[in-house]
Design a protein around this ligand. Sequence first.
Ligand code: URA
Length: 241
Amino acid sequence: MGQIRLDKLLADAGYGTRSQVRQLVRKKQVTVNGEPAKGAEQKIDVDEDQVQCMGRPVFYAEYEYYMLNKPAGVVSAVTDSRDKTVVELIEERQRRDLFPVGRLDKDTEGLLLITNDGILANRLLAPGRHVDKTYYAEVDGPVTQMDVRLFAEGLDIGEEKRTLPARLVIEESGRELSKVWLTITEGKFHQVKRMFQAVGRRVLFLKRLSMGTLTLDPELKPGEYRKLTDPELLELKRQGR
Ligand code: URA
């Protein structure tokens, strides 16, 4: 990763704004390899140098990647004046610039990638890339083979174009409740809910299970998260290329 300025390292690691961290340096609150830092512009080798701020070691991560099982009731945003956000759930985050890759509705649960890697995010979200997203849904009435065909053909959800072909798999169809899996390759606003609305159904529960090669870890309960493993990240980057 090489060298970066001390003030950038501290600010990126969440110790305050650039001017706040400069003050910390001036007040001799920051050491580099056990010696008081020389100045805010001091170059730090992030692989070699040991930086401490207020007696605590400072770890530098250029990029962070977390898999979150988003719980209902939390918004897919960085900050929000009313609601808790998905980024705020990542307590061990080191970077201040994390964001969710795409959005799940406030009442939707499931897989959300949280990172500060904008290039990867753009690749995964670019409309032309058609990255698969699979959801588990419960809806308020029967789902039929006719619906499977309609989803496969594309539905009019009030947009200029019909939805792209989607794969609907019926796990259970009941008079009052059906359980299905749906794979779509777009990410239009409220897309899954609007697709079911187009066939006269209402989504009662929605959970995202996968996005591209990334699959929600079944060990994660709603609200829990973990770092992506190296193979998960590699696969995701390969697919997003
Ligand atoms: N489609 C929806 O309707 N809501 C989501 O949260 C995700 C996809």
